[in-house]
Design a protein around this ligand. Sequence first.
Ligand code: GLU
Length: 406
Amino acid sequence: MSMRFRFAPSPTGHLHIGGARTALFNWLLARKHDGVFLLRIEDTDRARSKAEHEAQVLRDMAWMGLDWDEGPSTGGEYGPYRQSERQGRYDTYIARMLDEGTAYRCTCSKERLTQVREAAQAKGEKPKYDRHCRNLNLGPDCGDHVVRFKAPLDGETVVKDLVKGDVTFRNEELDDLIIQRTDGSPTYNFVVVIDDHEMKVTHVVRGDDHLNNTPKQQLLYEALGLPVPAFGHLPIILGDDGGKMSKRHGSTSVGAYRENGFLPEALFNYLTRVGWACGDMEHFTAEEAIAARLAGEASPGRCGGGPRFSGRCSAFPSSAAGSRSTGALSTSATCSTGASRSRALPGCLHPSTRSTRSARCRCSARTCTSCCHACRTMALAIGYTETAGNSRGEAPRLSPPSPWRS
Ligand code: GLU
């Protein structure tokens, strides 16, 4: 069976560059392995999900050149690919879990749950449901209720992460999570399991902000007797102050980069290299990136391409890298510089670059990186600093933010 990857955006806003990078990594993996890349719209949050956001996400992905094999507009064997259209499937699985005793109805009121939470906090404990209804065997006529997962009370859950290695969670830390709300709508951790299973996803690759969800999902797979897919959690993109990339660091949406005149190739190339590098190679066309990228779970840390890409690279940084994208930007130049050193660059403003020294920026094709507005702005937006050029015509240099220098 072919490898199947997915991108599962929630259409509650624009396509964030972090989400675009998740989509890109999955797309590259799918293309590299001759697999399938599917798009699933996670719109269970009815209040915040909007058709116009979904349209924007699809447009932004298409603009970046990320096409999908299966999805809401494209169709496919395992659709529908919009969660709001899959309620019947979720109901079937909930009924099965209630039947098999791996889930239970809970009628605890909000007030009671607040009291339980406050009591735990007062004792300095982690706020958790006290499992009051777990063994009451409440039936369908119990009145307003949620459905909770009967999580194991002891033991450990080990997530075998393709990026981080084994990550162990103590089951007693996990809650009896709600899988269906009072209004009958299912919750994220549950639907994602059902959909990934039904859509035959073999590899779940996403940001490591989802890592804490993974043991819960893994236990749900096990409770349902379903095979567990492979998981890989990518370090998320951080701003130069180590915080989650947000507006205060610059533009965060793909749409904003497009509107500001960035070329899709520039964004594609840049995001390809955030969290990954391949020797000194700094510019990738989509085809090269596919060839070079992510040799696969068997050999994290190495380029997967042919002889051209023989250097050691930081694909899938090890757990030692923590949640920082340390590997990505450890070389001194920024995005999109080509490999054509010592080549005259007639469009460049910097004589030294023009004659011998620097590398050509493929985005504007005829300049060095510093002269390329798109690359320069992008680099500065994510925290690169620029040292001034000089009167001898040497180009200004862009250097990565200090937390990224290894
Ligand atoms: N819908 C989730 C999000 O937008 C992604 C869920 C997942 O990848 O499992 O963050």
